[in-house]
Design a protein around this ligand. Structure first.
Ligand code: MG
Length: 158
């Protein structure tokens, strides 16, 4: 078995939506990023890459590469899933925590799980998504950005 951890954060800025877990959520701000800024997927990719000892998402998808400008981060996740499968690893489970004062994501959690499970080609019960606020403390509490943590456990195929 192999375990990996991922963390990501992006600033909030001007915009009319955010994308979290592949779900587009309409709001009166946006995430500042080279890609679509999906912190939840970026943290999950880093957890998986960590378990595989393959570096981090920035190494695989450099933010100075125009190919990834505005890209749907689900593309990154499917790529990382393929790297794991090619190397003979399958996902046992992944647990994700979103830390955001806004938006309220509870109505979108199940859609996020469905997206992530589909991209990883696993059953939805293997993916957990949690969300919490920072209780008004610090940069996230001041709504300056959104962060996410993820852990993933991989098992070698028999
Ligand atoms: Mg990121």
């Amino acid at each position: 078995m192999r375990i990996g951890h991922g963390f990501d954060a992006h600033r909030l800025g001007e915009g009319d939506h955010v994308v979290l877990g592949g779900v587009r959520i309409a709001c009166d701000y946006g995430l500042v990023a080279h890609s679509d800024g999906d912190v939840l997927i970026h943290a999950l990719c880093d957890a998986l890459l960590g378990a595989l000892a393959l570096g981090d998402i920035g190494r695989h998808f450099p933010d100075h590469d125009a190919r990834w400008a505005g890209v749907d981060s689900r593309h990154f996740l499917r790529h990382v899933a393929a790297l794991a499968a090619e190397r003979g690893w399958r996902l046992c489970n992944a647990d994700l925590s979103l830390i955001a004062e806004v938006p309220k994501v509870a109505p979108y959690i199940e859609a996020m799980r469905t997206n992530l499970a589909a991209d990883l080609d696993v059953a939805t019960p293997l993916i957990n998504v949690k969300a919490t606020t920072a209780e008004g403390m610090g940069a996230i509490g001041r709504r300056e950005g959104i962060a996410a943590h993820a852990v993933a456990l991989l098992q070698a195929n028999a």
